[in-house]
Design a protein around this ligand. Structure first.
Ligand code: NA7
Length: 535
């Protein structure tokens, strides 16, 4: 490939400088390919840059929610807590960018507005708010949860108080002391932030559409013994990510509730509740697939909520009735306990829907006067970042239109009609149903290898075949159909947004996915079509 290109004609444009974008840039360094990363924000970090709300932290232990591509990096970096908070994760990502000298190839405050495949030249024309680029490859590292879902509630635009969003929290400290604050939404972000802001505010009104299952994090300072042990066998430890269905190390998921003694099950669930966070869901192999076994785990959590929350009516409203794990399981620090505070009030939107938002209040079962409104209403998950701009493929087809009836992708990596375009953790890959860190690394490594193979084999263009993509998404749905995920409304299947196609998007099962990926690669990228013509 031509190495003497200007920065406006790189070989590769990467969109987004989050966890995926910065590692993709690092991986392509020293390959002879010129690469530029375009980042909308003035700072790198993606999710960990935007989601700065109080209480934001990872909910997979930091020792495995971290990069594994460099042994010295993983030995040198010390996490201060079991589950690190957003500022520390952002500091880590900045450290990685500096350590590997990545910043010079990232263009900040540059938003991609359109990416159009030029069929004549087999190149991508990429228009931003500043420049027009032309590149051979275009890699979207735009994250799965990056386009916020703004609720359509009457009067929201007229609210004159302080309006905040968990997904776009200000950098400077927000003073909520003595304020009447409302929060809409009770997903993971809200569950993390509520215990923090409740300590500060005068009144906190929590508007809940659907309750969520949440497991205590039992977070705390990093256990130095655990850290030393894992660091002494880091490579081995990381291998465990690939054995567990959800990519979480150290969780055995071979036993079945259906075949176990109920007292033993309850003891194990108690242990998982105390120690395993998200691993609570993956701890028994039949919880995701057998409704009866799932109900055993669900009832266990509902009992915990009843034990923790003193007011039985509030406890009941906070208790989900659907399959545990069907919606993203949450991990919290004192969430249910917070509802025992006198300044925290739960409003169940099923019995008291929001009629409208006024200039300084919310009208539901009664009028709530508020100074601050926090939207914690989630994201246009998995596809939003790819459908919110014009990505134009062969014959002028726009990705947003191609995906109108539901997103389809081959392996979550490529899309038919969109040659030389890759997505990192796209729909059809384990992504949000896995530990994102290893899943991102898996995709970045695969994409880099694939581009290298194309160069070695004189291939100019790669594109997913329509039939491979169809078969792949059939498999995604077939597997989901065997689980409780298919029958639960969630953002995994687009149910959180009325106008969105209802299609199940993540691939369930990290080990099976990894096997399939390896099979495709060893069969010369079976399912992809290559063109050798050199324009
Ligand atoms: P989530 O998990 O999508 O949660 C959003 C919440 O907002 C959820 O409780 C929704 O209820 C609620 N919601 C959405 N729209 C409305 C309207 N119009 N009215 C009332 N309530 C609404 O997003 P999070 O940011 O909390 O978490 C996303 C991920 O970020 C998380 O999994 C982590 O990986 C980090 P619903 O359940 O749809 O009825």
């Amino acid at each position: 490939m031509n190495q003497s290109k200007t920065s406006l004609n790189p070989d590769v444009v990467i969109v987004g400088a989050g966890v995926a974008g910065i590692y993709m840039l690092h991986k392509l360094k020293n390959t002879g390919l010129t690469t530029v990363v375009l980042e909308k924000s003035d700072e790198l970090g993606g999710t960990w840059n935007w989601n700065r709300y109080p209480g934001a932290r990872c909910d997979i232990p930091s020792l495995e929610y971290s990069y594994q591509f460099d042994e010295e990096l993983q030995q040198d970096w010390n996490w201060s807590e079991k589950y690190s908070a957003q500022p520390e994760i952002l500091e880590y990502l900045n450290h990685v960018a500096d350590r590997f000298d990545l910043r010079k190839d990232i263009s900040f405050e540059e938003e991609v507005l359109e990416a159009k495949f030029n069929e004549e030249l087999s190149l991508w024309d990429i228009k931003t708010n500043k420049e027009v680029y032309q590149s051979k490859f275009c890699i979207f590292a735009t994250g799965c949860l990056s386009v916020p879902n703004k609720p359509d509630i009457e009067g929201l635009e007229e609210f004159e108080g302080q309006l905040l969003s968990t997904s776009y929290w200000p950098r400077e400290k927000v003073d909520l002391a003595d304020k009447n604050v409302a929060i809409i939404g009770t997903g993971s972000s809200s569950i993390q932030t509520i215990p923090e802001i409740a300590k500060e505010v005068k009144n906190l009104y929590v508007f809940q559409r659907t309750p969520n299952y949440s497991i205590p994090s039992n977070n705390g300072p990093m256990d130095k013994g655990v850290e030393a042990d894992i660091k002494s066998r880091y490579a081995e430890f990381r291998k465990e990510n690939w054995k567990n269905g959800f990519g979480i190390a150290g969780i055995s998921d071979e036993a079945l509730i259906a075949e176990s003694d109920i007292d033993e099950v309850n003891n194990q669930l108690e242990d998982n509740w105390k120690n395993n966070g998200l691993g609570f869901f993956g701890g028994y192999a039949d919880v995701p697939i057998d409704a009866n076994s799932n109900e055993v785990a669900a009832a266990f959590v509902r009992n915990k909520i009843k034990e923790i929350v003193k007011d039985p009516k509030t406890a009941d409203k906070l208790s989900p009735k659907y399959h545990i794990g069907g919606k993203r399981l949450c991990v919290d620090t004192g969430y249910f306990e917070t509802f025992n505070r006198e300044n925290v009030h739960l409003i169940d939107l099923h019995s008291s829907p929001i009629n409208r938002i006024g200039k300084s209040n919310i009208e539901a079962d009664q009028e709530y006067d508020i100074d601050t409104l926090i939207l914690a209403t989630g994201f246009d998950a998995m596809t939003g970042a790819l459908t919110s701009l014009d990505i134009v493929g062969r014959n002028g087809i726009i990705l947003r239109d191609q995906w109108k009836q539901g997103a389809k992708s081959y392996l979550g990596l490529g899309v038919s009609n969109f040659p030389n375009l890759f997505t990192i953790t796209g729909p059809g890959s384990p992504s949000v149903l896995s530990n994102m860190m290893p899943s991102i690394e898996q995709h970045v490594n695969w994409i880099a290898d694939c581009i290298g193979w194309m160069i070695d084999n004189n291939k100019n263009v790669i594109e997913s075949s329509l039939s491979a993509e169809e078969e792949w998404m059939d498999l995604v749905n077939e597997i989901a159909g065997m689980t409780i995920f298919k029958s639960t409304e969630s953002w995994y299947n687009g149910s959180n947004i009325d106008s969105k196609a209802k299609a199940f998007l993540p691939f369930i099962g990290v080990p099976v996915y990894t096997e399939k990926l390896e099979e495709v690669t060893s069969n010369n990228y079976q399912g992809f079509i290559f063109d050798t013509s050199n324009n």
